[in-house]
Design a protein around this ligand. Structure first.
Ligand code: RTP
Length: 150
């Protein structure tokens, strides 16, 4: 898998309110991934419905949109080898009761309805999500530390 693989990671409103934005960024930074986009936003319900369109019709969908629209989120794109799969591992299982300790969800939350962060589940969905959240494009730059990671 290419070093240029990218994933969309989003700190959800509960993660922002609980002041763990820096902790989540720190885990991706210290793992060795490269930050190529970062912003804070208060997404519209329409935008969130588009992001979660695959879940439309699930019993928790309305609650999920209410939760996600309840405050600002922090949107990021991280780049590096296998970052989609590795990012999901770093987040931990969707349900915090099943997330291993040491993962973000395993360490910082209890309830599936307040699970602090999102991460793309496949390369294809990452590309769709990056286009949805960053239509303005990403930040292109060379990072000299990369050769120390790979
Ligand atoms: P995410 O998209 O947020 O990274 O989560 P995921 O892929 O791990 O899980 P997914 O099945 O796509 O669910 C998206 C989000 O919906 C909420 N959820 N609530 N009440 C429930 O049973 C339930 N199930 C899912 C969670 O916030 C989950 O992250």
């Amino acid at each position: 898998m290419s070093v240029k693989e990218q994933t969309y990671i989003m700190v959800k409103p509960d993660g922002v309110m609980r002041s763990i934005v820096g902790e989540i960024i720190k885990r991706f930074e210290t793992k060795g991934y490269k930050l190529v986009a970062l912003k804070m936003a208060v997404p519209s319900r329409e935008h969130l419905e588009k992001h979660y369109e695959d879940l439309n019709g699930r019993p928790f969908f309305a609650g999920l949109i209410n939760y996600m629209a309840s405050g600002p989120v922090v949107c990021m794109v991280w780049e590096g080898r296998n970052v989609v799969l590795e990012g999901r591992k770093m987040l931990g299982a969707t349900k915090p009761s099943e997330s291993a300790l040491g993962t973000i969800r395993g360490d910082f939350c209890i309830d599936v309805g307040r699970n602090v962060c999102h991460g793309s589940d496949a390369v294809e969905s990452a590309q769709k999500e990056i286009a949805l959240w960053f239509p303005e494009g990403l930040c292109e730059y060379e990072k000299p530390t990369v050769s120390w990671v790979y």
